[in-house]
Design a protein around this ligand. Structure first.
Ligand SMILES: [Zn+2]
Length: 128
């Protein structure tokens, strides 16, 4: 069982939470200007690293707040939890688990991203 540290309530059992997918995925600035392929890219394509991954969690049965967690996808160890909208903490001193990726995907360390890969413009955080 995973113990997830809600940034507002403290550590709770994972059954209280809802997984929200990859964190720091910018909403396209002008979604109506996207092609169907670009829109599908935004909706369905996410990173799938072996190692550290910033992901969104909703404390569904607790405070009902969204927040972000940096979790090692190999060991399930949680290295950081921080409010939604904040920059991902620096984990450059982190030693990855054996077999895990040693590099961070491009753009994963910058928030807000300086460019939107779909449009090449500055994106906004998705509305919640
Ligand atoms: Zn909470």
């Amino acid at each position: 069982m995973l113990l997830i540290p809600c940034v507002y309530c403290g550590p709770r059992d994972e059954t209280e939470f809802h997984y929200g997918g990859q964190a720091h995925v910018p909403y396209p600035e002008n979604p109506n200007d996207l092609t169907d392929a670009q829109w599908a890219q935004f909706l369905f394509y996410r990173d799938n690293p072996k190692g550290l991954f910033a992901e969104r969690w909703l404390h569904r049965t607790g405070c009902r707040q969204w927040f972000n967690v940096v979790r090692d996808t190999v060991t399930y160890e949680i290295h950081a939890a921080y409010p939604a909208g904040e920059r991902q903490p620096d984990l450059s001193g982190f030693t990855p688990a054996p077999g895990a990726a040693t590099t961070t995907p491009a753009g994963a360390d910058e928030y807000p991203p300086t460019t939107n890969p779909v449009q090449g413009s500055t994106p906004k955080e998705p509305a919640r």
